[in-house]
Design a protein. Sequence first.
Length: 367
Amino acid sequence: MHFTIQREALLKPLQLVAGVVERRQTLPVLSNVLLVVQGQQLSLTGTDLEVELVGRVTLEEPAESGEITVPARKLMDICKSLPNDTLIDIRVDEQKLLIKAGRSRFTLTTLSASDFPQAEEGAGALTFSLAQGKLRRIIERTSFAMAQQDVRYYLNGMLLEVSSGLLRAVATDGHRLAMCSVAADIQQDGKHQVIVPRKGILELARLLTEQDAEVSIVLGQHHVRATTGDFTFTSKLVDGKFPDYERVLPRGGDKLVLGDRQALREAFSRTAILSNEKYRGIRLLLSNALLKIQANNPEQEEAEEEVLVDYNGGNLEIGFNVSYLLDVLGVIGTEQVRLILSDANSSALLQEADNDDSAYVVMPMRL
């Protein structure tokens, strides 16, 4: 194997692919990236047995075909450390990878490509395409609510639900829920649901850099595959039953509050400074056209904010984890936010003021 490539052309796919590779691996080959040269194309593959990412680069110079695996992190660090516009010469000699760039020389250990695990090609149950920007948007709007290391393993990921003409993402950690939908060209009878693991979702979002370019999705029995121009991403699916999110959405809340997103966000942030560091509880006191926000902590320090809101209804006192409210206000895109409440023991529903494509549910907190 022998090829030459510009530093920038190698670095972009290498950084994305190396992101999948875990630093501490039980199998040494999993710390490596697989390099394959076929004709004028170089492909780079990284995997952790759950998520696999393949990046493709077209080589400008004729190359000698071959395949080998090399330590991902070291190869990336070498590329990063070289000056811009460097031409890198890479070849395999006696089971070592030789890298030449300007006056620099590096020799890396290798492992055989035949030891590298490949994701199985399962039959695709459903295939569709949509703009990368649309998929990225529904991931960014919901991924903050995914659980981390929860024993309910199916919460450590995101539900992707496909129905005719619609793709929906739902994430919840049991305390809050985020949901966002986008119109997509999908022919599908009934609903098809898959749970993509947390790491898979975060890696997929990193790939979706071109707003209007297409990404093609294949949902299989055990895998999801996404293909963009230069990358193919494959992730195992989480085997489990996601909670029925429709039942969690609060119905019939009679207290509708409209407020300025930025003003609320700043008020919550200031109040949070003196909330309990562990439980992060704040109290909302709602009355005509006014929202009072209060916090205190075990040191008996107190904070209070008043925000003018569009509301006329009965008084209400309710507690929330302020971090959850700030997370929602951080992803909402409109200037006005809509908050629907019913009583002190019922969850709040937050939405963009003039947009129903996303919904956020936050459970109340006893203070």
